[in-house]
Every structure is written in structure tokens, then in C-alpha cells.
Design a protein around this ligand. Structure first.
Ligand code: TXA
Ligand code: MG
Length: 309
């Protein structure tokens, strides 16, 4: 059910859940002051309770109200990337409810860029928002995707199709440097001019190590179709997820992600392509995985690997 900005604000401030657009993906929003609505998000999404939520703020100044022990370099990051698809994990103060943090001492914060959501946050105050998809499914990048997962009765603020189409990049501070906890819409290299270094991508080193982002433990972004990632598409392939500027063996049906020299375009289309596989009842497809190991391609590759699992 599409609702106006005013209605969305009224619902959120009275303890309801509303789907809200951001420049990355749609979020399933609740006010940080309404624990029952937050609990409802976990139920609606079928999300494990040990997977914390990102707190979305109207502006960077609010960060200083909800986080503590903020590293000095945070200011430069925030100045360069907020509003935008950057999430920072910082020590939270106690006004961030346990249910949001999943009992961690930290919380994740982001100031989104989408103009509608920026206006909404100014009225409602901070909102928690996981991606507006059922746990394990590809994220939602349009109101239609949200309605598909949650039905027509869920209130949706229609902000059109998401510009980035891929979730925010999550950084955390390890005590001496920032590291990437989740690859996202900002390429690792983009941090170099701001930080003087490219943050390392945090890797799980032993079986006992928990990933820094609890969400990384779970199955993700996956359509029902079995995906096979191929460096080269073999003759006789039947369905290929590939690029519009490449040629594939004759006879195969190509579902194009976009051009192979435009990672932003591919990022924007990725979840729609994965969701369309289910709509078309496609049970298996080969993916052209001949993709560079740099920039936004790293995020796209990571999502495809998870979509296959
Ligand atoms: O672009 C985005 O980030 C979207 C839009 C709606 O803002 N949101 C999003 O939320 O992707 P979600 O819940 O689907 O993913 C958030 C990730 C999860 O993997 C979660 O484990 C991690 O952030 N996270 C949240 N709080 C954390 C914390 N305190 N420490 C480490 N990871 C955290
Ligand atoms: Mg998600």
C-alpha cells in the first residue's frame, strides 16, 4: 500500500513499520523509540534476533548523540560520504536499545542520501532499517519488490527505483585503522583520498571467528535458481546471466546485468535480475563471472557468490 510522506511519518511515530526508499535499497523502517515495532521487523523479515539493525540518522551531528569513543578520522569520512551509502560501526551509547544492537556494545549508523527519506528522518527522528526483503532473499530496489515480499498491506513510501541498487559499505574501526565489514556501494579505493589508505576487507580467519557483521553469517541475496559462476560460458549453455556488450554461445538465452564496463549499471540491476529469475520460474543459470577484482566489481562478485550459496 503506497502512503504519502506525511502518512509514513505518522505511522512511524505511532509505532508502525513502513517500507522506506534509500539510495541503496528499500528499508523496513521503525522508530528507535518503539521496541515493539522493531521486534515486528524481525518477525516480518524472519530475521534472526542476533543480527543487529542499522540506525539511520537525518544528519551527521546526530551521530555524536548516539555513538561514543568516536575516532578522529570519523569526521573526514562523514564529511566525504554522508549523506550517502556509508555505514559506520561505533560504540553505542545506552539510548540505542539492546534489540537494535543484538546485545553488541556497538551500533551501525548511516545518514542516507534519498531526499524523501531525508525529509522523513527530520520528522520522525532516527529509524532502524534493515533491507526490505525476506531474510535470505535479494534486497528490494523498488516498491514492487517490497510488495512482493511483504504483501500489499505493508505501507510503502514510494521513492522510485533505488539509484545504487546495492547496500551501503560498512566500516568499523579496529583500534588503529578502518576495515570493511561489508562490501557495498562505495568501492574500497574511494576511501584512499580521505583516509590515506584503502581499508582492508575484514576476513574471517578461523572457524571460531564470528564475522564482524553478524548478517554475513547467513544465506543472502539468493534466488531459488541454482547459479553456477563461470569464467567462460561453455557451448550448449541454456540460460546465461551476462553482459549486454559480450557475445555468448549461440542458442543460449542471455539475461543482461548491464555493460561489462559499467559496474554502477550492473550494481543497480543486480537484485532485479536475481528476483526476475524467480518470477520466470528459472531453476538454473550460468553466470558470466569473468569480472575484474577491483572497485564496485568486488561487491558485485561477493553478492553473486552469496547468491549462489
Ligand atoms: O544500504 C543499507 O545498508 C540498507 C539500507 C536500508 O540502509 N540496509 C541494510 O540493512 O542493508 P541490513 O540489516 O540488511 O544489513 C545490515 C548489516 C547486517 O549484516 C548486520 O549484521 C550489520 O549490518 N550490522 C548492524 N549493526 C552492526 C554492528 N553493531 N556491528 C556489526 N555489524 C552490524
Ligand atoms: Mg539485508
Amino acid at each position: 500500500m503506497i502512503v504519502t510522506l506525511e502518512k509514513a511519518a505518522q505511522l512511524l511515530t505511532t509505532g508502525h513499520v513502513v517500507a522506506v526508499p534509500t539510495e541503496t535499497v528499500y528499508g523496513l523502517a521503525a522508530s528507535i523509540h518503539h521496541p515493539l515495532a522493531i521486534a515486528n521487523i524481525f518477525t516480518l523479515k524472519k530475521r534472526p534476533s542476533d543480527n543487529p539493525l542499522i540506525v539511520h540518522l537525518a544528519n551527521a551531528e546526530e551521530l555524536y548523540r548516539y555513538a561514543q569513543e568516536i575516532p578522529a578520522t570519523t569526521f573526514a569520512l562523514v564529511k566525504a560520504f554522508w549523506p550517502g551509502p556509508l555505514t559506520l560501526v561505533l560504540k553505542a551509547n545506552l539510548s540505542i536499545n539492546n534489540i537494535i544492537r543484538a546485545d553488541l556494545p556497538t551500533a551501525a549508523f548511516r545518514v542516507p542520501f534519498h531526499p524523501l527519506t531525508h525529509k522523513l528522518l527530520q520528522i520522525t527522528g532516527p529509524l532502524v532499517m534493515p533491507s526490505a526483503n525476506l531474510s535470505g532473499s535479494p534486497s528490494a530496489t523498488s516498491p514492487e519488490h517490497v510488495a512482493h515480499d511483504f504483501g500489499e498491506s505493508l505501507p510503502i513510501l514510494d521513492g522510485g527505483t533505488c539509484k545504487e541498487g546495492i547496500e551501503s559499505t560498512i566500516l568499523f574501526y579496529n583500534g588503529s585503522a578502518w576495515e570493511i565489514a561489508r562490501l557495498g556501494a562505495i568501492a574500497p579505493e574511494a576511501f584512499k583520498p580521505v583516509l590515506g589508505y584503502i581499508p582492508a576487507i575484514h576476513k574471517i580467519t578461523s572457524q571460531d571467528d564470528k564475522p564482524l557483521c553478524p548478517g554475513q553469517m547467513y544465506r543472502h541475496y539468493a534466488p531459488k535458481a541454482q547459479l553456477e559462476l563461470c569464467q567462460e560460458i561453455p557451448e550448449g549453455a541454456s540460460i546465461v546471466i551476462g553482459f549486454s556488450d559480450r557475445t555468448y554461445p549461440p542458442g543460449c538465452k542471455v539475461i543482461a546485468l548491464g555493460r561489462s564496463d559499467r559496474p554502477e549499471e550492473v550494481g543497480r540491476n543486480l537484485y532485479t535480475v536475481l528476483r526476475d529469475l524467480d518470477t520466470a520460474n528459472i531453476l538454473a543459470a550460468l553466470v558470466d563471472f569473468n569480472i575484474p577484482d577491483e572497485g564496485l566489481w568486488l561487491t558485485i562478485k561477493e553478492r553473486l557468490v552469496k547468491a549462489r550459496a
